[in-house]
Design a protein around this ligand. Structure first.
Ligand code: ADP
Ligand code: MN
Ligand code: MN
Ligand code: MN
Ligand code: MN
Length: 355
C-alpha cells in the first residue's frame, strides 16, 4: 500500500492557500488514460473558466516527434476524491495544433451525434466488468500463483472468504465515484474470481462516456493505493473462465413510453443489419470473448431474445412484460471506447482526411 502511508497525510493536511489543483485527464493513442496536474488560482464555475493545456503527443502515440504538441481542451469537471476540498478532475478532449480533433478524439464526433439526436433523449446504462491482478500483472486476485482456483460457481455476487477477492478496492472505488459526481448505479462480484462489475447510468447523451471514463480513472487510481493492477482485457484468462464485457443498456424516450416495445424491436432490426460494423468498434480481442459460451452470443452471428444471456441483444424479462423500457447490447467488450461509433468506408476516409 503505497500512498496511504500516514507520512503523506501530514503534507496533504497543509493549507493550499486558495489554489486549486486540477487533474487534466485524457485518453491516449492506445485507449489508456493519462493525466497531469495544473494549478489554478481560483475555483472554476464551469469548463469555460478552465484554460486549455497541452502535452507531448509523441509520448502517448498521438503525434509525431517532430510536431508533438497536442492540445488539451477541458470537456467535463468532476470532484477530486483523492485531493478533496475544491480540487477537481477535468476530463479533456485532444486537438491538433491546427484545431482539428486528434485522430484518437472520438468524443468530439460522439458529442455531435448526441446533440443531433438530443430530442430522442438517449439513455445509456453501462455495465463495466474488469479483473483485478496482483502487481505481477499475471495472477488474478484470489488465484494461487501459477495455478487455478476452484471452478466458477460460488464467486458471482459471492459472500465470504475464498469466494470474493478485492472487496476493499470495490468499496473505495464506489465511494470515490459518489464523491466525484459519477452516476454509479451499483457494483457486483463477477462469475470469474477476481472479476468485478460496476454500472454507470442511466446517463443521457455524452455523459455516458464521460462518466464511464472517469469511473475507470478512479478505479485505476484507487487500485494504485492497494498496489493492484486493473485489467480491461476482455478475456483475461483463456479457457473455462468468463470474459469481461461492457453490456450497454439503451433506451430512447419512445422506448420508455407506453407501447415502447415496438420502438425497441425496430431498433433491434436496424442493429441486426449493422452487426459487423458494430463489432468493429466494440473493443480489441472481443473475438476471444464472444464465443457463444460463457453467457455470450457468437461474434459472427447477430441474435436477440427475451431474458437470453446467450444472445447479442437481450430484452430484459420485465421489459417484455411491461411492453416498454430498454434493450441490452451484450456485445461490447470491457475495453470499449464508449465514444466510438461505426463508420462507413466513405465516412472513415473523410474522417482520416480531416484529421
Ligand atoms: P444485468 O441484469 O444485465 O446485470 P445491471 O443491473 O448490471 O443489469 O445493469 C443495468 C443497467 O441498465 C444499469 O446501469 C441501469 O442504470 C441501466 N438502465 C436501467 N434502465 C435503463 C433505461 N431505461 N435505459 C438505459 N439504461 C437503463
Ligand atoms: Mn518535460
Ligand atoms: Mn450487470
Ligand atoms: Mn456482469
Ligand atoms: Mn448485463
Amino acid at each position: 500500500m503505497a500512498s496511504v502511508a500516514p507520512t503523506l497525510q501530514k503534507y496533504l493536511a497543509l493549507d493550499q492557500k486558495g489554489f486549486v489543483q486540477a487533474e487534466y485527464i485524457w485518453i491516449d493513442g492506445i485507449n489508456e488514460l493519462r493525466s497531469k496536474t495544473k494549478t489554478l488560482d481560483k475555483v472554476p464555475a464551469s469548463v469555460a473558466d478552465l484554460p486549455d493545456w497541452n502535452f507531448d503527443g509523441s509520448s502517448t502515440e498521438q503525434a509525431p516527434g517532430h510536431d508533438s504538441d497536442v492540445l488539451l481542451v477541458p470537456a467535463a469537471i468532476f470532484a477530486d476524491p483523492f485531493r478533496g476540498g475544491s480540487n477537481i478532475l477535468v476530463l479533456c478532449e485532444t486537438y491538433n495544433p491546427d484545431g482539428t480533433p486528434n485522430a484518437t478524439n472520438y468524443r468530439h464526433h460522439c458529442k455531435k451525434v448526441m446533440e443531433t439526436y438530443a430530442e430522442t433523449h438517449p439513455w445509456f446504462g453501462i455495465e463495466q466488468e474488469y479483473t483485478l491482478f496482483q502487481q505481477d500483472g499475471r495472477t488474478p486476485l484470489g488465484w494461487p500463483k501459477g495455478g487455478f482456483p476452484g471452478p466458477q460457481g460460488p464467486y458471482y455476487c459471492g459472500v465470504g472468504t475464498n469466494k470474493v477477492f478485492g472487496r476493499d478496492i470495490v468499496e473505495a472505488h464506489y465511494r470515490a465515484c459518489l464523491y466525484a459526481g459519477v452516476n454509479i448505479s451499483g457494483v457486483n462480484a463477477e462469475v470469474m474470481p477476481g472479476q468485478w462489475e460496476f454500472q454507470v447510468g442511466p446517463c443521457e447523451g455524452i455523459d455516458m462516456g464521460d462518466h464511464l471514463w472517469i469511473a475507470r480513472y478512479l478505479l485505476n487510481r484507487v487500485a494504485e493505493d492497494f498496489a493492484i493492477v486493473v485489467s480491461l482485457n476482455p478475456k483475461p484468462i483463456p479457457g473455462d473462465w468468463n470474459g469481461a464485457g461492457c453490456h450497454t443498456n439503451f433506451s430512447t424516450a419512445a422506448m420508455r413510453e407506453e407501447g415502447g416495445i415496438k420502438a425497441i424491436e425496430d431498433a433491434i432490426k436496424k442493429m441486426s443489419l449493422k452487426h459487423m460494423d458494430h463489432i468493429a468498434v466494440y473493443g480489441e480481442d472481443n473475438d476471444k470473448r464472444l464465443t457463444g459460451r460463457h453467457e455470450t452470443g457468437h461474434i459472427s452471428q447477430f441474435s436477440y431474445g427475451v431474458a437470453n444471456r446467450g444472445a447479442s441483444i437481450r430484452i430484459p424479462r420485465h421489459v417484455a412484460k411491461e411492453g416498454k423500457g430498454y434493450l441490452e447490447d451484450r456485445r461490447p467488450a470491457s475495453n470499449i471506447d464508449p465514444y466510438r461509433r461505426p463508420m462507413s468506408a466513405a465516412a472513415l476516409h473523410r474522417y482520416l482526411e480531416q484529421t
